[in-house]
Design a protein around this ligand. Structure first.
Ligand code: GTP
Ligand code: MG
Length: 148
């Protein structure tokens, strides 16, 4: 089944949005497969955003991601990569629709609260980078009430 790497950034943790964000993925019907609160090493943040290393905002982005603990998660379910990005909202919060996480809780692109994988392929790379093989295999009791 499809999986996405979802990460609450340091501003989301500092602002007490962890429960609110988890709730949105949980109530949609997605399955939590891994979860950890952790400080991030600079090298890890640089690897995670390696595709953006030539951007002028890259140093500030890495400083932001290592500025406090993050909540790293793997969520699983049908279409979770694309739907997760919809739940999160547009990169620039001023363009994010109300009802999305960024549209409800953020204003600036450099403090946009949450990360979500952009493709299934990148999701697999990011899950390997943040969790290795250590996902939890379990079957939610509600599964037949969510999937036909
Ligand atoms: P992520 O889910 O965090 O990967 O965001 P995204 O996929 O919506 O956007 P993208 O991967 O292009 O950029 C990664 C992150 O870099 C964004 O979420 C922002 O935190 C930051 N970022 C992107 N563009 C800008 C920018 O123009 N200025 C600044 N300061 N930060 C940016
Ligand atoms: Mg991205």
């Amino acid at each position: 089944t499809e999986q996405s790497y979802i990460m609450i950034k340091p501003d989301g943790v500092q602002r007490g949005l962890v429960g609110e964000i988890i709730k949105r993925f949980e109530q949609r019907g997605y399955t939590l497969r891994a979860l950890k609160l952790q400080s991030v090493e600079r090298a890890q943040a640089e690897k995670h955003y390696a595709d953006l290393s030539s951007k002028p905002f890259f140093p500030a982005l890495v400083d932001y991601i290592i500025s406090g603990p993050v909540v790293a998660m793997v969520w699983e379910g049908k279409g979770v990569v694309a739907t997760g990005r919809k739940i999160i909202g547009a990169t620039n919060p001023l363009a994010s629709e109300p009802g999305t996480i960024r549209g409800d809780f953020a204003i600036e692109v450099g403090r946009n609260v949450i990360h979500g994988s952009d493709t299934v392929e990148n999701a697999q790379k990011e899950i390997a980078l943040w969790f290795g093989e250590s996902l939890v295999d379990w079957t939610p009791a509600a599964k037949p009430w969510i999937y036909e």
